[in-house]
Ligand binder design. Structure first.
Ligand code: HEM
Length: 335
C-alpha cells in the first residue's frame, strides 16, 4: 500500500515538473537573443559603449543617498583626462619651461648689475613682505611636490621605490598636501593684501614690455616698485592661487557635491597647478641664479643701490624723496 502511494507521488511530482518546464519554454524562447551575457564575446567595453557616453550605470534605490544608485559613476571622459591628458600637459609644461630657461640662459647668461656693486644698500622688502613671500613660496613648493606625486608618482617613483614604500610615501604626501593647503591660502590672501596697490597695471609697464624689460636687449627701462614682468607673476599667484584654493576646498570637502562637480573641480585644480608651476619655475630662476643681486631682496630684504636703480629706477626716486616707505615692516609690539 505504502509503495503504491509513493509511486503515485513520484508520478505526480514528475508530471508537475514536466508541465512547468513545458510552460516556461515559450517564455525563454521570447528572451532577446542579441546580447548573451555569458558569451565570451561580450566585453565590459561593449556594454559601456552601448550606454550614453558619460552616463552613469544606475539602478533604483529607496535610501536617501541617490549617489548610491550608481553602479558605475559617470566620468569616463574625466578618467581619460586625468590619466592621459593631464600627465601630458604636466610633462609638456615642465619640460617646456626647462628648455625655455636653458635657451634663455645660453643666450643671455646671468643678468649682471651693469654699473657694478655700489656698496650701499636700500631696504626693498620689510619683515612682513618677506614673511608673506616665504609663507606662500614654501607652502607652494611643498604642495607642488606632493601634488605632482599624484600625477606622476605612480609612473615615475613606484617602479623605483617598490609598491609598499610608494604607498607609504603617497599616503604621507596626500596628508601633507591637505594640511599645507591652508598655509598657501593664507599666503595668497596676504600677498594680495600687501602688494595689490603696487601691482595695478600702468603705462610704465607697456613701455617696460616694449623695451624688452631689460631681459632682452640692452639697457634698463624705468619701473616702479614692481615691473611689468613681476606684475604678471603677482597676478598669476593671486588668480591662480585663488582658483587652486577654491577647487582645492571643494576637493577637501566634497560631501554636498555631485560627482561631476567634484570631477570638474579636480580638472581645474590639476590644470591650474601645472600652468602655475611652470610660471613659478621661471620666477625662481630669475629671483635666484638668473639675476645678480635679486635674491637679497627676499633674503636680507636689502638690495644694492645700483641694482635697485637699474631695475626699479622710479621706485628708488620715490623712496629717496621720502614719498613712500621702502617696504612693509613687521608690526611693532605695543609699548
Ligand atoms: C626658492 C624659491 C623662490 C625664490 C628664490 C624667490 C625669489 C624672489 C625674489 C628675490 C623676489 C623679489 C624680486 C624683487 O626684488 O623685485 C620675489 C618676489 C615674489 N615672489 Fe618669489 N621666490 C621664490 C618662490 C616663490 C613662490 C613659490 C611664489 C608663489 C607661489 C613666489 C611669489 C612671489 C611674488 C608674488 C613676488 C612679487 C612679484 C615679483 O617680484 O615677481 N615666489 N621672489
Amino acid at each position: 500500500m505504502a509503495s503504491k502511494l509513493s509511486a503515485a507521488f513520484r508520478a505526480l511530482a514528475f508530471g508537475l515538473v514536466a508541465l512547468f518546464a513545458a510552460s516556461s519554454l515559450p517564455a525563454l524562447a521570447q528572451q532577446p537573443t542579441s546580447v548573451n551575457p555569458t558569451a565570451q564575446s561580450v566585453k565590459e567595453e561593449q556594454l559601456l559603449q552601448a550606454l550614453k557616453p558619460g552616463a552613469p550605470v544606475a539602478g533604483r534605490i529607496s535610501i536617501p543617498d541617490k549617489q548610491a544608485a550608481n553602479l558605475i559613476q559617470p566620468g569616463r571622459d574625466w578618467r581619460a583626462f586625468n590619466q592621459e591628458t593631464l600627465p601630458r600637459l604636466g610633462a609638456y609644461s615642465l619640460i617646456g619651461i626647462a628648455i625655455l630657461l636653458a635657451v634663455f640662459y645660453m643666450m643671455r647668461g646671468k643678468i649682471r648689475i651693469d654699473s657694478g656693486l655700489s656698496g650701499m644698500k636700500i631696504l626693498r622688502f620689510g619683515a612682513l613682505d618677506r614673511f608673506t613671500h616665504w609663507l606662500t613660496a614654501t607652502s607652494f613648493i611643498v604642495l607642488a611636490i606632493t601634488g605632482i606625486n599624484v600625477t606622476f608618482g605612480k609612473i615615475v617613483l613606484a617602479p623605483v621605490m617598490g609598491p609598499e614604500a610608494f604607498a607609504a610615501w603617497a599616503g604621507f604626501a596626500k596628508l601633507v598636501h591637505n594640511y599645507v593647503g591652508f598655509a598657501f591660502m593664507a599666503g595668497v590672501l596676504l600677498t594680495f593684501l600687501i602688494w595689490v596697490k603696487d601691482n595695478i597695471p600702468s603705462a610704465v609697464d607697456v613701455q617696460w614690455f616694449a623695451a624688452g624689460g631689460g631681459l632682452i636687449g640692452k639697457g634698463h627701462p624705468p619701473a616702479k616698485r614692481f615691473n611689468g614682468g613681476q606684475k604678471i607673476i603677482f597676478w598669476s599667484v593671486v588668480v591662480g592661487g585663488f582658483l587652486l584654493s577654491l577647487s582645492g576646498w571643494h576637493l577637501l570637502f566634497p560631501t554636498a557635491e555631485s560627482i561631476e562637480h567634484v570631477q570638474w573641480q579636480a580638472t581645474l585644480h590639476g590644470t591650474t597647478s601645472f600652468v602655475m608651476i611652470a610660471i613659478i619655475i621661471a620666477h625662481i630662476y630669475i629671483g635666484s641664479v638668473g639675476m645678480e643681486g635679486a635674491f637679497d631682496a627676499m633674503g636680507s630684504g636689502e638690495v644694492d643701490l645700483n641694482w635697485a636703480k637699474e631695475h626699479h629706477s622710479l621706485w628708488v626716486e620715490d623712496v629717496m624723496k621720502g614719498k613712500r616707505p621702502a617696504g612693509h615692516a613687521a608690526p611693532q609690539p605695543a609699548e
